[in-house]
Design a protein around this ligand. Structure first.
Ligand code: GUN
Length: 293
């Protein structure tokens, strides 16, 4: 079977075109959606994500406000920065880049973000809204995964979805999204405690790999014709690459391609969707402020 490759870059660009139409409509009313990005420390991966988020803002008619705090910042200072963003009328979305240094309590930090500016969907209030099926900001990677599935025309209602990974950022929110009545899937969540992983993954009409382990899923573990969404981004050594590594997903792409019906590549699948959904959430937050939501 020839798998259809889900082109995340193309879908992300379609959505960014919609977002630019939204930001220019707001601009004519004098409103520029604003995203505050708070980063603590010098972790190169976090800096690179944050730079990507800021570039995406400026390319799509949003404004970003960067707050770079040193590794040594106290929790009180970080909370004060968040509170200042919460009350700043030019800021519609607030994002604190994770991970945070060990001396900072991540739960307290997330809880300090105004839920109506929580465009990452990480605050306890938004997590509760998601579980209760109330309107909320969806976490960006799970929202991007759902958007890829929907826009590829993959049926979810009545189908079996198997999620491999139970993180708070991806696995758990996806579980809650896929069981909602609008998507209506039957969901299984697998994790490091799961016995005989393959017996679960082979049942999946929709298989979502978000465990963070290179090559965890191969073609023998996939049902013929399944939709395979690979959220993993793992560095593996590669001496032929100038960087000394290359990025691979949790799925062994070559063997999965042989059996699946749809598949996302890494890179170029889920990755481009995450920042796009962040822009969409920030636009929505700005619209809400001017009574357009
Ligand atoms: N670190 C890794 N992914 C994310 C994300 O989606 N949002 C934030 N705030 N931090 C992250």
């Amino acid at each position: 079977m020839a798998a259809r490759i889900i082109d995340g870059k193309k879908v992300a660009e379609e959505i960014r075109t919609e977002i630019r139409a939204g930001t220019s409509a707001l601009a004519s009313k004098g409103i520029v959606p604003g995203l505050a990005v708070i980063i603590v420390g010098e972790d190169p991966a976090s800096i690179s994500y944050v730079t990507g988020k800021e570039r995406a803002c400026s390319e799509n008619g949003l404004r970003s406000f960067e707050h770079r705090l040193p590794d040594s910042v106290s929790q009180a200072e970080l909370l004060a920065t968040i509170r200042a963003c919460n009350v700043d009328p030019d800021v519609h979305g607030v994002l604190v880049q994770l991970p945070l240094p060990e001396h900072i309590n991540e739960h307290a930090v997330m809880a300090a973000i105004d839920p109506d500016k929580d465009v990452d969907g990480f605050t306890p209030v938004n997590v509760g809204r998601l579980v209760l099926d109330h309107p909320c900001y969806l976490p960006c990677t799970p929202a991007g995964v759902v958007e890829l599935i929907k826009r590829s025309g993959v049926e979810t209602s009545g189908r079996r979805a198997v999620i491999v990974g139970r993180s708070n950022i991806v696995g758990k929110p996806l579980m809650n999204l896929l069981v909602r009545r609008d998507l209506n899937a039957t969901v299984t969540v697998c994790h490091t405690g799961t016995r005989d992983l393959a017996s679960h993954t082979r049942e999946a009409d929709i298989l979502i790999a978000c465990a963070g382990r290179a090559g965890l899923i191969d073609g023998t573990m996939i049902k013929s014709g399944a939709c395979v969404i690979d959220v993993g981004v793992n560095r593996v050594e590669d001496h032929r690459s100038a960087r000394g590594f290359r990025l691979v997903g949790d799925v062994d792409y070559a063997s999965a391609l042989e059996v699946s019906g749809w598949i996302t590549p890494v890179p170029g699948g889920v990755g481009p969707m995450t920042i796009t959904m962040l822009l969409a959430n920030t636009l929505r937050a700005a619209r809400a402020v001017c009574g357009e939501a």
